[in-house]
Design a protein around this ligand. Structure first.
Ligand code: GLY
Ligand code: MN
Ligand code: MN
Length: 454
């Protein structure tokens, strides 16, 4: 978990960027009902998590930069959270309570949720601008609009509602796009755990198992390293299922001769890893599978070459697309010249998604890809995925040997001052490394555990 010093630094940085005499309100995530009397596993709102790390639902964070606030030195941070309650804690788990929260999370003040309306009215009063993520959380919108209305209707008490509402997201998104050393350390750990899970899936795969067995291995490995949840719905697609980009049924048998595509990453302390590997159920690629696999890998490595400060996501993607298109022509899946195929984007029938995305607290993390309509240059501290693929539909108009093959290879790269650092490089991905790992495993599975004496 980032330290309180880091949370304070983030709140201070936000306060410094807000217009003078502003207040920002950030609600925590809410519990969501899954079925009668049970809820989905709670996940904290990413903005709230980024600014204070308080782990409970039904809380609010307020940050003011009001210069004459008697209570504040710099960014004045106030939390509202549930009171301690012996009975409720027996049923639903421990709570910090306002006093515990103030102490543990280095806040200027903390109040009971019971005082939310009253205290927020006082806090909002006299600020010129309210920074808020309107439309992000319907219940939060309702409360904020009601408070503003109450302030506007209270001139006799000489209260003054902020006259400007400003979207806080652009400021926070830009901050979140650049990862601190602390965040990178956590993301490296999430990448390591996720890599171990992919290796275990490769070692466990064999015909006769089901896709859900590999999913179970992956999630078990995550959990055994303290990552209790995947960062997104795990994809285990064997055979033609690999051609469904967001396949999550994961309920079909694994067959010899098929590839299996696994897109899985754990969430650790709120941060996501996002790795895809594709490997043969049998441990050996067929010639056609190997040719397409090598092409996707070559495209990915060509994209990596472009990852450095000053390059754009478009340059990164174009490098991969050029390699993919040339390879598809060479293998006979596309006809005509490279120029013709690039101009007509013919690769899109086989590679229909983007080359990658920002990665952080959200798997598809926040941050603009363009600035003033122009592709933004990469900068040190950004973390992104590079994930080219080829998906040859079972009814595609190509030779039979390619039909139903789906391949994606996805890694997580930190942009550094002079290039990149591949956070997921420990997860095997060359044909020889994957085959060696899987052969080694199947050999060791056949070694008798006891030598019989004669
Ligand atoms: N796992 C989602 C993605 O690769 O974007
Ligand atoms: Mn991804
Ligand atoms: Mn992915």
């Amino acid at each position: 978990m980032p330290t309180n010093t880091e949370f304070c630094r983030r709140r201070q940085h936000l306060a410094e960027q807000m217009l003078a005499n502003s207040i920002c309100l950030i609600p925590a995530a809410q519990m969501v009902t899954r079925s009668r009397d049970t809820e989905y596993a709670f996940r904290q709102d990413s903005y709230f998590q980024y600014l204070c790390g308080f782990p409970e639902a039904q809380a609010w964070l307020a940050i003011s930069n009001q210069a004459n606030n008697p209570k504040s030195v710099n960014a004045h941070s106030v939390l509202f959270c549930a009171d301690k309650d012996e009975e409720a804690e027996i049923w639903h788990g421990r709570r910090f309570g306002p006093n515990g929260a103030k102490k543990h999370f280095a806040l200027d003040n903390a109040y009971s949720l019971d005082e939310l309306d009253e205290q927020l009215l006082e806090l909002l009063d006299g600020h010129d601008n309210l920074y808020f993520a309107q439309g992000h959380n319907a219940d939060a919108d309702e409360l904020v609009f009601a408070l503003l209305q109450a302030l506007r209707e209270a001139p006799k008490q000489s209260m003054q509602a902020p006259s400007n509402m400003v979207d806080v997201r652009p400021l926070l998104d830009e901050m979140r796009l650049f990862k601190s050393a602390g965040e990178i350390a956590i993301m490296r750990q999430a990448a390591d755990i996720s890599g171990k899970a992919h290796i275990r899936a490769m070692q466990s795969a064999k015909a006769g198992l089901n896709e859900y067995h590999l999913e179970a291995h992956i999630h078990h490995e995550f959990a055994m390293h303290g990552a209790k949840h995947p960062a997104y719905g795990t994809i285990v697609g064997s055979g033609v299922n690999a051609c469904i980009l967001h396949y999550t049924d994961n309920n079909q048998a694994l067959n010899d001769g098929d590839l299996v595509l696994i897109d899985a990453g754990c969430e650790l302390q709120g941060y996501a890893a996002d790795i895809t590997r594709t490997f043969p159920v049998s441990g050996q690629f067929t010639v056609s599978q190997g040719q397409l696999y090598q092409l996707v890998l070559d495209a990915q490595l060509a994209a990596f070459e472009q990852v450095k400060p000053g390059s754009t996501f478009k340059q990164v993607g174009d490098a991969a697309i050029k390699v993919l298109t040339q390879g598809l022509i060479t293998l006979g899946l596309l006809a005509g010249s490279l120029r013709f195929n690039l101009d007509n984007k013919t690769y899109r029938q086989f590679f229909m998604h983007g080359i990658g995305h920002w990665l952080g607290l959200d798997v598809h993390d926040v941050g603009h890809y363009k600035i003033a309509g122009q592709d933004r240059p990469l900068q040190a501290g950004m973390v992104l995925t590079i994930e080219p693929g080829l998906y040859i539909a079972p009814d595609a108009d190509v030779a039979e040997q390619w039909l139903g093959i789906g391949i994606r290879i996805e890694d997580n790269l930190l942009v550094t001052a002079d290039g990149y650092d591949n956070l997921t490089q420990q997860t095997p991905k060359t044909i020889s490394a994957i085959e060696a790992l899987m052969t080694q495993t199947s050999l060791s599975k056949n070694i008798p555990t006891q030598v019989k004496s004669s």
